[in-house]
Design a protein around this ligand. Structure first.
Ligand SMILES: Nc1ncnc2c1ncn2[C@@H]1O[C@H](COP(=O)(O)OP(=O)(O)OP(=O)(O)O)[C@@H](O)[C@H]1O
Ligand SMILES: [Mg+2]
Length: 346
């Protein structure tokens, strides 16, 4: 089901407007990640899609239908929250069956469907257990199966993996991706973990202070950020940010507009010539290895930078020339807006 927000705002009862002019489309069958820092407006946006909150102004459409005034039940959404909230006294199978029982689906059909869903989320061998006898990942699978039981128009997941350990998180995000592909259900997935969003989503909506910073394919957010906030939020290690006065005029003049800061991706900085690149004078302090990752501590003037592609061949503690590949160099104006390369208005 396609979802459309038309100039939606939300003001909480305390009078504070927390979402401003949200205008976007979610394509039918896609998985969209709502990403951003705490308080950015992710849960509020999700709850507007679900109908648990109603918009203060603007309109929300599911396909051609205006659902702005419809409640959660009428919208036919499936939801999974951070704390799985399975019914503790029911077996796994009964948990999955429950929403269909409420919807008065006949007995044999609902059992059949529950067994299929258990298979989809791979808990078929757990169906007679109580939730307390399952691992966190298994409980989360059951919660997804339960949310899918009524064949929802849209599946909404609010930080569904945040209670899981690092390895299980990675495994479960792949599982959510697989289940979403197999069912084709339009899915909105809230996370504050940029790497999680990059791995699961067809598109990422990055929110800050109740505004969309960028809504794009994951790789576009990384390669072509709209502004300094996006460039900073996406990618690990975080973007290096250096005031423009640390660079020659030549570098500043590569960009159209009044350059206030230059951002350099940690992976763009090298001690080996790579064209096209900008040159900079820097001091390499140390180069450390962490498994397959390498990290060099560098300074440019009084600014500390992190680089992942500076090798141990770089001389330490003396002024040296480093190169930053242009594809990983961004310029921003005073307000943090990205400035294009001169003659590059794509
Ligand atoms: N019931 C409420 N009444 C008033 N303000 C609220 C209410 N719920 C949330 N807010 C405010 O709305 C803003 C957005 O909150 P929201 O819960 O959508 O953020 P979030 O991106 O989901 O954050 P988190 O990652 O911490 O879950 C925050 O500034 C928050 O303080
Ligand atoms: Mg939240």
């Amino acid at each position: 089901m396609e979802v459309k927000f038309n100039h939606v705002t939300l003001t909480y009862p305390n009078g504070v407007e927390v979402l401003h002019d949200m205008d976007f489309d979610i394509t039918d069958g896609q998985l969209v990640a709502l990403l951003g820092p705490s308080g950015g407006g992710k849960s509020t946006t999700l709850n507007l899609i679900s109908g648990l909150l109603s918009a203060t102004s603007g309109n929300i459409y599911f396909g051609d239908k205006d659902v702005t005034k419809q409640d959660a039940l009428g919208r036919g959404v499936g939801m999974v929250f951070q704390n799985y909230a399975l019914y503790p006294h029911m077996t796994v199978l009964d948990n999955i069956i429950f929403p269909m029982k409420m919807a008065k689906v006949d007995k044999s059909t609902r059992k059949q469907r529950a067994l299929e869903l258990a298979q989809l989320v791979r808990v078929s061998d757990q169906i007679n257990k109580k939730p307390s006898d399952l691992s966190g990942g298994q409980q989360q699978r059951v919660a997804i199966a339960r949310a899918l039981a009524k064949s929802p128009n849209i599946l909404l997941l609010d930080e569904p993996l945040s209670n899981l350990d690092a390895r299980l998180r990675v495994e479960m995000r792949e599982e959510i991706r697989r289940i979403q592909k197999e069912t084709g259900v339009t899915t909105v997935f809230v996370t504050h973990d940029q790497s999680e969003a990059m791995h699961v989503a067809d598109k990422i909506m990055l929110l800050n202070d109740g505004r969309i910073q960028q809504y794009d394919a994951p790789q576009s957010l990384y390669e072509n950020p709209n502004n300094q906030f996006v460039a900073n939020f996406i990618g690990e290690p975080a973007l290096n940010v250096v005031p423009a006065d640390q660079f020659d005029d030549e570098v500043r003049q590569l960009f159209d507009g009044d350059v206030a800061t230059i951002g350099i991706r940690a992976e763009a900085l090298t001690n080996e010539v790579k064209a096209p690149a900008i040159k900079m004078q820097a001091v390499v302090h140390e180069v450390l290895s962490f498994g397959r990752d390498r990290q060099a501590a560098i300074s440019v003037g009084s600014h500390q930078l992190v680089a992942t592609e500076v090798t141990t061949a770089a001389p330490l503690e003396q002024e040296t020339t480093l190169f930053a590949a242009l594809s990983g160099v961004y310029a921003f104006d005073q307000s943090g807006q990205r400035l294009p390369l001169r003659g590059d208005h794509a």
